[in-house]
Design a protein around this ligand. Structure first.
Ligand SMILES: Nc1ncnc2c1ncn2[C@@H]1O[C@H](COP(=O)(O)OP(=O)(O)OP(=O)(O)O)[C@@H](O)[C@H]1O
Ligand SMILES: [Mg+2]
Length: 193
């Protein structure tokens, strides 16, 4: 069974048809890159999957891990492992990246009925994830995305996804991926371990 299965998805915004019958199946462990012209609906698809307000499906079905995604609230989708990495991540002055990470992870644990992470568990998880991505610990003490370079923003949002240790990442990666074409794209994948 695919991890993500999209069937005949139609989305309309302000009376304008944006997605007209999208089909996509993503198996666990696979990486999919979707490339299309600007304004053709890649972000719209990501928003519909994440459950952003105003982006409602008109027709079609989406199953995530076998469950009907549209029966789930956005926070339930996140707790089940769907992660949307923003194309333009917001800066949050006054909130340390560490605090943000911990709050997000614990909110997901709570939603899944799991115990919150203890301080040592959390520190280990973040250190492991940050270490693998070459993120300096000092950066995690800085306010979320404030003054981060484009690459540092990408690395820290990837770190957030790695810490959650499960699920599907929808990344609106823009031009940052090493690739032969400069078209915007998405990648979807799931950790194997
Ligand atoms: N909230 C909205 N209100 C009005 N139009 C919208 C809204 N969201 C998306 N659209 C329109 O839907 C179309 C698809 O936009 P979308 O952002 O999904 O494209 P995209 O493929 O991600 O583009 P890009 O490659 O430039 O990131 C565009 O014409 C856009 O203007
Ligand atoms: Mg886009």
């Amino acid at each position: 069974m695919p991890l993500l299965e999209i069937e005949n998805l139609h989305v309309e915004i302000d009376g304008k048809k944006i997605l007209k019958g999208v089909d996509l199946a993503v198996n666990a462990g696979e990486v999919h890159a979707i490339m299309s012209p600007n304004g053709s609906g890649k972000s719209t698809l990501a928003y519909v999957l994440a459950g952003k307000d105003g982006y409602e499906p008109m027709a079609g079905e989406v199953r995530f891990d076998g469950k009907n995604l549209f029966d789930m609230a956005p926070d339930e989708r996140a707790a089940a492992g769907l992660f949307l990495a923003f194309q333009y991540p917001l800066e949050i002055p006054g909130v340390a990246t560490m605090t943000f990470l911990r709050t997000a992870l614990n909110a997901q644990c709570k939603k899944r009925g799991e115990a919150e992470l203890s301080t040592p568990q959390f520190i280990k998880k973040v250190r492991d994830a940050a270490g693998k991505l070459g993120i300096d610990q000092d950066m995690l003490r800085r306010a979320v995305n404030v003054g981060f370079s484009g690459g540092e923003k990408s690395a820290t949002r990837f770190c957030r996804w790695r810490c959650s240790n499960r699920g599907l990442r929808c990344s609106i990666a823009g031009r940052r991926l090493p690739c032969t074409t400069r078209a915007p794209r998405w990648i979807f994948w799931r950790r194997r371990s």
